[in-house]
Design a protein around this ligand. Structure first.
Ligand code: CO
Length: 254
């Protein structure tokens, strides 16, 4: 039912500042930008391989995203799955008595969209989107030097959280041999559910893993931009102060 991660939404104070990191330093191509009055945001979609990142700047402090920014600061906000039939998916979720924020699809930046209530998905705000075929074709044709590999989710109960995502969205489990973590595949991406205790007690979305086609060029770009990051062997971790509140792990393309 879910074709992949369409995008991960990130709340930022100012789009113009966030472009300095996500578009200019990281190199993600800007695909689309618009004001969405019903969501109270100025939003931008940037290409990240098979998925996208959506940057959200609140239009004012009284909107949902404005309140999120005041309460939590900049950072990961929601996860959006690409589904071929958002209306059918909503009907199936209603049948299962899943708590929804939108009972019918509405137009959004990613196409026809709808949000589930975060209570339905272990504290993760989930959006479903059916993009127009023209938009999908156009966006897939834009090359990105960095692509989204997976989203890390912290959970008090890893099994229960994984089962919730499996039962709501039909995501298959990927076999792993590394203790109390569960990996769920979605398209060419994945969700990695880890114990909250492993990620500083955080429940919900905690980090993004990306892969870079040209790791050396990315390092050089970060140095030029003054990005703060930690260098490991074959992986860099961008400090949230540079990536607008998001823990970003970027590894070499393999
Ligand atoms: Co979104």
């Amino acid at each position: 039912m879910m074709r992949g991660i369409h995008h991960v939404g990130i709340v930022v104070r100012r789009l113009a500042d966030a472009f300095g990191f996500y578009r200019d330093a990281l190199g993600l191509p800007l695909l689309k930008e618009a004001v969405l009055l019903d969501q109270g945001v100025r939003a931008a979609l940037l290409g990240a391989g098979d998925s996208e990142l959506e940057l959200l700047e609140p239009l004012d402090a009284g909107t949902g995203v404005g309140r999120f920014l005041a309460r939590r600061g900049e950072g990961l906000h929601h996860l959006c799955f690409d589904t071929p039939d958002v209306e059918g998916a909503l009907a199936a979720l209603k049948e299962k008595q899943v708590e929804l924020l939108d009972t019918a699809p509405r137009p959004g930046l990613a196409g026809q969209i709808a949000f589930l209530h975060p209570r339905a998905c272990c504290g993760v705000l989930v959006e479903l989107a059916t993009p127009s075929p023209e938009a999908s074709a156009h966006e897939r044709a834009v090359a990105s030097p960095v692509r989204l590999k997976r989203l890390v989710i912290g959970a008090r109960d890893v099994q229960q959280t994984a089962e919730t995502f499996q039962s709501l969205f039909g995501l298959p489990e990927v076999a792993m041999n590394s203790g109390p973590r569960v990996m769920l595949a979605v398209g060419r991406g994945a969700l990695l559910v880890v114990p909250a205790a492993e990620v500083g007690g955080t429940e919900g979305m905690v980090a993004l893993s990306l892969v870079a086609e040209d790791f050396q060029a990315l390092n050089a770009s970060f140095v030029r931009a003054g990005t703060r990051y930690l260098k490991g062997t074959g992986e860099v971790t961008v400090e949230p102060v540079s990536s607008h509140g998001v823990h970003l792990h970027i590894s070499r393309y393999e």
